[in-house]
Ligand binder design. Structure first.
Ligand SMILES: [Mn+2]
Length: 429
């Protein structure tokens, strides 16, 4: 039995909105034409854009204090894939899912069959050496890839290789490695020796990568270690990618920086030196809050996309970043949050496509700061919703995905067939 939303529900909701959308789209098209922009060209790019959904995002997240699970939570990876299928069905913006091992471990043939039936592919594989699994020989309490004990490091390397093997069988092309390694006290760890151990272990994983795979390392300033982390900042991350080789790239998680850090500039630097692997999109107010993408600072998201579109426009060598959401949904229905977030990412992309790059170049070269920033603002201020909605409608999705989702009663039906379980692996990474 499938929970997927029926085409009757989708068509009914779309029918009620179609005429208004057509008018809004034409009106926006007319205004963009005055700026020399072809709305259909922008729409085509938006329609071709996809952001991956993290399997762990469809379960309710939690904080250090509590987790408040919602009804009909996915019990295992196959339920998670169904939820991801609904997100893709309605938004047409999330064609792939990123798995987390061991939370999502299953027979590769079954995973592939389920994903195929839902029209989904698999994005980067995520390993987990930041918590201990049942029956594990060595603990990660004091680190994994950088642990002082060689057997613990070997176990962590082995786990990453296992993730590659599984990924290979289901058509993934990348491995994302994020570690919780670090220290909680000054003096606890020798910075240099710890990083040497990390690099040596990471090299072993790198060596096991198939030819057409990429390795993403993800930096994070703090948490779970609170004094230092081994992969602390983008500089350290860049060193890792340089040390490992051409298949190693840096992943930028928007929440993993110090407050007020200029993330868009980090993105530009990584693009310039051919090491931008991709993104974990989310938003934050204070730290690694894992809030919904674009919910706090949509302008920053736009500025990141401004760099991406700039690189795309001038065909920066080796530029092919992978895009993924990485959020924790504590008070919303995760499906609704992920749909809204996928659309926010698309919105930032569409807005960045509207930037008059020729004019911007001119203002930059003539040091006209006010007109340069006004050029960016003109794109950011444009309401591109009709472009996103039309792209969705034309590819079989919903004009208003959250509305269609609510009308479908999907969550209530899920609650009937999915009894509540605890520890389903809704997590924060
Ligand atoms: Mn992340």
């Amino acid at each position: 039995m499938t929970l997927m939303i029926g085409s009757d529900v989708l068509e009914k909701d779309n029918a009620a909105r179609k005429a208004d959308l057509a008018r809004d789209y034409d009106s926006l098209g007319e205004r963009l034409a005055r700026r020399g922009i072809d709305i259909n060209a922008v729409k085509a790019k938006v329609a071709a854009y996809g952001v991956a959904v993290p399997s762990w995002g469809v379960g309710t997240g939690g904080t250090r204090f509590a987790r408040f699970p919602g009804a009909g939570e996915p019990r295992h990876i196959f339920d998670k894939l169904e939820d991801c299928g609904v997100i893709q069905q309605l938004t047409r913006a999330t064609p792939s899912v990123s798995l987390h091992i061991p939370w999502d471990k299953a027979d590769p043939a079954d995973l592939k069959a389920k994903a195929d039936s839902l029209g989904l592919g698999f994005d980067a594989m995520n390993s987990n050496t930041f918590q201990d699994q049942a029956g594990q020989a060595h603990s990660y309490k004091f680190g994994s890839l950088s642990h002082t004990d060689a057997a613990t490091r070997a176990q962590a390397v082995e786990h990453n290789i296992e993730c590659i093997e599984l990924g290979r069988a289901i058509g993934s092309k990348a491995l994302t490695v994020w570690i919780g390694d670090g220290s909680n006290f000054p003096g606890q760890a020798h910075f240099t020796r710890q990083f040497e151990r990390y690099l040596e272990a990471a090299r072993q994983i790198y060596t096991a990568l198939p030819e057409d795979w990429r390795l993403f390392t993800e930096h994070k300033m703090y948490e779970p270690a609170f004094y230092s982390t081994v992969v602390q900042d983008w500089g350290t991350n860049y060193l890792i990618a340089q040390e490992l080789g051409p298949k190693a790239f840096c992943l930028v998680d928007l929440g993993h920086h110090a407050p007020n850090v200029n993330i868009e500039m980090i993105v530009a630097r990584l693009i310039q030196f051919g090491k931008l692997g991709g993104f974990h999109f989310n938003d934050s107010k204070y730290g690694d809050d894992d809030l919904d993408t674009g919910s706090i600072d949509p302008y920053r998201l736009f500025l990141v996309f401004n760099e991406l579109v700039d690189a795309e426009t001038r065909k920066a060598p080796g530029f092919a970043p992978s895009h993924m959401l990485d959020q924790s949904h504590n008070v919303t229905d995760p499906i609704e949050s992920l749909m809204a977030s996928a659309m926010e990412v698309q919105r930032a992309y569409a807005q960045a496509l509207l930037v008059d790059r020729k004019a911007l170049d001119g203002f930059q070269d003539s040091n006209d700061a006010l007109m340069a920033t006004t050029t960016l603002k003109a794109a950011f201020r444009t309401d591109v919703e009709p472009i996103l909605a039309m792209a969705r409608l034309e590819s079989g999705g919903a004009i208003d995905p959250v509305s269609t989702y609510r009308a479908s009663g999907y969550r209530a039906r899920a609650a009937e067939v999915r009894p509540a379980v605890s520890g389903a692996g809704g997590g924060i990474v």
